[in-house]
Design a protein around this ligand. Structure first.
Ligand SMILES: *Cc1c(COP(=O)(O)O)cnc(C)c1O
Length: 395
């Protein structure tokens, strides 16, 4: 009996060590990791530069409060400001907290302008923003909200895809629109670049803010540092996490100066957010990702994965219904229940991949994966489909 909350239907499988795109279970069995701790282990397992950075940080100061200057955090923020749309950064421990900061920052901006009633945020069906009461309200997904009382007020939801629906939801109370450029949990749905541009234009026309949730699709996963770069637009606020710490708990809310300036002392805070350990790791991640060719590598292997999956679909069209996503945030909609398939893949074929909504299997390997390792993953999927067909034929 586990002493833990039963919030996860956990597998008894436990991993002892990892190397690159492989995890080794306690009995030494290697598993091919197309899961990455849900899009977190961007640099794979046991990257020497990351291990060294954390060891060195552990020998300095682990933690000081944010009431003191944290040089590693200042440096990390400066690097993010230099490489993104943003002028200022607030560090958190998770994606959910980055979303909370984004919601508060958007509302506070209009409060400061004297528009106190302007606090409503438009979100999208199929989105995922985290598990806090604020993030759940932003998602508006009934299944996640059930049993937790009334959702927090101040949110409206529309289906993504048609810009008229968003425009119709705008009221004098609207302060922002929040969207994932590529929905992760919802089923690896990439928003078309035209749609992202139309949302930006709509925000500008109505004087409201665009918040991007790049917790999953950001930090190189789509083959650009951030997914918004594909559309050529920039947000006003952006939530980031997962890959930012590559396994160390870290998140961030990025904003333009015009918006961030409302977040004055007393408006927000975090005990741990961006502490010396986390910020040192965050800087080490950037050392690797901002090195020449890193994002080009992700773009290239991502295109290779899509090409291989198209070939797989030709052979197994009765299993593989649709290929979705962008770069290494790719999903395949399959014909059989995705949870069962992911368990089969794990237990029989020793490959890890995470189910998402709409019966999609997410393929989110470490960004350092090679073309050869991608081929291995796709061959493993083929072997799983093949085994299912054989079982069906002999049944
Ligand atoms: C994972 C995720 C979150 C929540 O992040 P946590 O670190 O689990 O709090 C928010 N938004 C998106 C898009 C995510 O994928």
């Amino acid at each position: 009996m586990s002493a833990l909350f039963g919030t996860y239907a956990r597998s008894p499988l436990a991993f002892e060590r990892g190397e690159g795109v492989r995890l080794f279970s306690q009995d030494g069995t290697p598993f091919l990791d197309f899961h990455s701790g849900i899009a977190v282990n961007a640099l794979g397992h046991s990257d020497p530069h990351m291990v060294e950075a954390l060891k060195q940080a552990a020998e300095r100061v682990w933690h000081t409060s944010n009431v003191f200057t944290i040089p590693e955090q200042e440096r990390l923020a400066q690097r993010l400001v230099e490489t993104t749309f943003a002028d200022a950064v607030f560090f958190t421990n998770s994606g959910t907290e980055a979303i909370e900061c984004a919601i508060k920052t958007a509302r506070r901006h209009f409060f400061d302008k004297g528009e106190k009633d302007r606090f409503e945020i438009i979100g999208f069906t199929g989105s995922f923003h985290g598990r806090s009461t604020g993030a759940l309200a932003a998602m508006g997904n009934a299944a996640y909200l059930e049993g937790f009382g009334l959702p927090l007020p101040g949110f409206r939801h529309v289906a993504p895809g048609r810009i008229e629906l968003v425009e119709a939801a705008i009221t004098p109370q609207t302060c922002a629109i929040i969207i994932e450029p590529v929905q992760g949990e919802g089923g690896c749905t990439a928003m078309p670049v035209e749609y992202m541009r139309a949302l930006r234009a709509l925000c500008d026309r109505h004087g409201i803010l665009l918040i991007l949730d790049e917790v999953q699709c950001g930090y190189g996963r789509t083959g650009r540092f951030f997914a918004y770069e594909w559309s050529g637009i920039t947000p006003d606020i952006m939530a980031v996490a997962k890959g930012i710490g590559a396994g160390f708990p870290l998140g961030a809310c990025l904003a333009t100066a015009a918006v961030a300036k409302s977040m004055v002392p007393g408006t927000h805070g975090s005990t741990y957010g961006g502490n010396p350990l986390a910020s040192s790791v965050g800087n080490a991640v950037l050392d690797r990702m901002l090195a020449p060719g890193f994002f080009a590598h992700v773009e290239r292997v991502g295109a290779h994965l899509h090409w291989k999956l198209q070939q797989l679909q030709q052979r197994y069209a009765h299993h593989l219904l649709e290929i979705r996503g962008r770069g290494l945030l790719t999903g395949i909609k399959i014909a059989t229940p995705v949870r069962d398939f992911s368990v089969r893949l794990r237990d029989t074929h020793h490959m890890l991949a995470q189910p998402a909504g709409d019966n999609v299997l997410r393929l989110i390997p470490p960004l350092v994966i090679t073309e050869g390792e991608i081929d291995e993953g796709v061959e493993t999927l083929a072997a799983a489909f093949e085994a299912m067909d054989r079982e069906k034929a002999s049944a």
